[in-house]
Design a protein. Structure first.
Length: 306
């Protein structure tokens, strides 16, 4: 919020931390050979790096964080579309209905955000069209990242079926191999490092160490991101892809609610309706109702049996 363009230094710090940790504990300082051929990781990493960078730059194109989160929650749409095209998959009517509901939710939120950008009274008549065009470019960037992320998921699923599931190895190579690519972003990363150094001093509790508060925020972000991404990679080896999608979507929902309440982001009744469509559609897709039905029936029978 203080530095909207700091996405690159945040992503670089996350990648560097996870790569160093994986190099020590997973790759055994480079002595352990990967189970999946390294060339496949290069392809996966190219997709992963592209998605991360494009999503970061979308925030510089008049895309609000709540809209950013909601839009990325539409990964089910992209995954289903590419699954039909590439893997020749077919789905039930309920699956298609859920995707339609998610699409409607994303359209509602996108349309209402477009109206907010277009009617922003703080913009002059000359700046208004230009800002709106940048916003449209941001939507295009999010759409591209969404499709690329879905394609990466299909590619990863194919690799796991062929070579087995290796979550810690995939986590390491997905973060270590893209590191040289950040050299292209070095000026931007250095610029924000200087800005971080100029932020107000903050004394870390318990430790008593004093450092600029933006570096403390970044440290907390890196630690929580490591816990999150490692959990997701492990979850892919322990659960079905539908369960993983449900868990990640619910995590996004919690992030969305926190973002709106804590940072007081503008959110209209239409945005809430769109959000409800997105997450109800996601729950329909994962068929969570089929699992809850027998559970609730068993709960109703217990009082009678007692």
């Amino acid at each position: 919020r203080q530095f909207p363009g700091c996405g690159n230094i945040v992503t670089f710090s996350q990648f560097l931390f996870i790569a160093v940790e994986g190099f020590i504990f997973e790759a055994n300082f480079g002595r352990k050979r990967p189970a999946i051929p390294i060339r496949n990781y290069f392809i996966m990493v190219a997709m992963f790096f592209t998605v991360s960078v494009v999503n970061n730059y979308a925030l510089n194109l008049n895309i609000a964080m709540p809209l950013h989160m909601i839009f990325r929650s539409g990964s089910l749409i992209a995954s289903m579309a590419l699954g039909i095209i590439i893997l020749k998959k077919r789905y039930s009517v309920s699956k298609y209905a859920s995707i339609a509901l998610v699409s409607l939710g994303i359209f509602t939120c996108t349309f209402m955000s477009a109206r907010q950008v277009a009617s922003d009274s703080s913009l002059s008549q000359e700046d208004g069209p230009q800002v709106f065009l940048w916003w449209l470019l941001g939507i295009a960037a999010l759409t591209f990242a969404l499709l690329m992320s879905a394609r990466m998921g299909i590619f990863q699923e194919t690799l796991y079926q062929r070579f087995g599931k290796h979550s810690k190895e995939a986590l390491f190579y997905n973060h270590a191999l893209p590191l040289p690519g950040f050299l292209l972003l070095a000026p931007n990363i250095y610029h924000h490092a200087v800005l971080f150094n100029q932020s107000e001093p903050f004394q870390v509790p318990v430790i008593g160490l004093t450092l600029p508060i933006m570096w403390f925020y970044l440290l907390m972000n890196v630690i929580t991101q490591y816990v999150c991404i490692r959990g997701v990679f492990i979850l892919t080896t322990e659960c079905t892809s539908l369960t993983v999608t449900l868990v990640v979507t619910l995590r996004k929902f919690v992030s969305l609610i926190f973002s709106i309440l804590y940072f007081r982001n503008p959110f209209t009744a239409w945005h809430w309706l769109g959000t409800a469509f997105v997450f109800v559609g996601t729950l329909m897709y994962t068929e969570v109702w089929n699992s809850l039905g027998p559970f609730l029936r068993r709960r109703r029978r217990r009082p009678k049996e007692e």
